[in-house]
Design a protein around this ligand. Structure first.
Ligand code: NAP
Length: 350
């Protein structure tokens, strides 16, 4: 008989089912959650938290070691390889504290029946705020000019050489019109009276009605948008979706914003384009290599606003993401459907 139930609102409900307690499992956590969340997890399972401050290789070695007999993993920011899965024969579920899952070997997980959970929805609005922050900051040259104030270089009144570009009333081209893309487009259309066009795998008729958005081919979007904003997931199809040819389609007055993943844009081609004035500026939250090496020209070009991957990084949202990952893990280890999963149809419930 199985009375194994976990309610996301009250994990204690599960533990209180004394007649039918769930087996305690070993769970590995890459980065500690909030104290109360760690306590909830420890009520139900035996938890190993990887120490902080390890080098990438040391972290990989430590993870390989602790995964040998682990059933669950709460992960973020670490690339999980098929070889790591080979070292984890009883692993049932990986819960990522992220919506993007390009760090996980989905095909290998499917083949092994391992469930992959992610955290959509709870980070949509915060990430869209960051996207709009980049639109505003690049257009109005906020970082470049604020640095002048900080450096004591605001010594006379501004000249047109310091002026920025209007955002309101312009054309916003969304590459990707999913949850985050739609939330950015909504800010543009409703808050800034922007004309919205988008390129997306499938049409979004409801957003076309709501926002007056128009679906266009990618090339046309690049040629005719004042602001191009990338919000597609990284996949084989989207890797380097924006390369030299695509950047050359953009007018010299346009701005490129990337809030998705660095590898969706050919970074070398972008740097070359920015250096020759091919586009006016770029707002980037994500990079091919993170942390962005200090030697990258992107750290120095004044028309670039580079953020250290802060898309969802607010206290409220990171806590909500951690809670979603925790809920997903507890549900999955109880054999129940998680709140959000990527490959539930491939999951072998054991
Ligand atoms: P989502 O709702 O799945 O939206 C992705 C959209 O991209 C979907 O509308 C999808 O089309 C479209 N798409 C997928 N592949 C495509 C392709 N090859 N060509 C054209 N369109 C394609 O995901 P989301 O929640 O908005 O998140 C999007 C991405 O943002 C994540 O995967 C992650 O990489 C990134 N992200 C970054 C941060 C950050 O901190 N910077 C934070 C959160 C997320 P369909 O609708 O037809 O499926």
């Amino acid at each position: 008989m199985h009375a194994q139930h976990y309610s996301p609102q009250g994990a204690s409900q599960m533990a209180s089912d004394a007649a039918n307690p769930l087996p305690r499992r070993k769970v590995v956590v890459l980065k500690a959650l909030d104290d109360d969340q760690m306590s909830t997890l420890r009520e139900h399972h035996d938890v190993v938290v990887l120490p902080e401050g390890l080098s990438t290789q040391a972290r990989e070695d430590a993870l390989r070691d602790v995964l040998r007999d682990a059933h669950g993993l709460i992960s973020s920011g670490h690339v999980i390889t098929p070889s790591l899965l080979d070292a984890a024969p009883v692993l049932r579920v990986i819960c990522s504290v992220s919506v993007g899952y390009d760090n996980y070997p989905l095909t290998a997980m499917n083949a092994r029946g391992i469930l992959l959970c992610n955290t959509p929805d709870v980070l949509t609005e915060t990430t869209a705020d960051t996207g709009f922050l980049l639109i505003m900051a690049t257009a109005r040259r906020a970082v470049e000019l604020a640095c002048k104030v900080r450096d004591g270089q605001w010594t006379e009144s501004l000249t047109p050489s310091h002026f920025g570009t209007d955002v309101h009333g312009k054309t916003l081209g969304m590459i990707g019109m999913g949850r985050i893309g739609a939330a950015i487009a909504r800010r543009g259309a409703l808050g800034f009276n922007m004309r919205i066009q988008y390129s997306n795998a499938s049409p979004k008729p409801e957003l076309e009605s709501e926002l007056g958005a128009t679906r266009v081919e990618l090339d046309s979007l690049l040629e005719t948008s004042d602001f191009v904003c990338v919000t597609v997931p990284l996949s084989e199809q989207t890797e380097r979706l924006i390369g030299r040819r695509e950047l050359e389609l953009m007018p010299a007055s346009a701005f490129l914003i990337n809030i998705a993943r660095g590898r969706v844009i050919d970074e070398g081609a972008l740097i070359e384009c920015l250096e020759r004035g091919g586009i006016r500026g770029a707002g980037l939250d994500v990079f091919e290599q993170e942390p962005l090496p200090a030697s990258s020209p992107l750290t120095r070009l004044p028309q670039v606003v580079a953020l250290p991957h802060i898309g969802s990084a607010t206290h409220e949202t990171r806590r909500a993401m951690a809670q979603r990952a925790l809920d997903n893990l507890l549900l999955a280890l109880a054999g129940e459907s998680p709140l959000s999963a990527v490959n539930e149809t491939h999951w072998t419930r054991r």
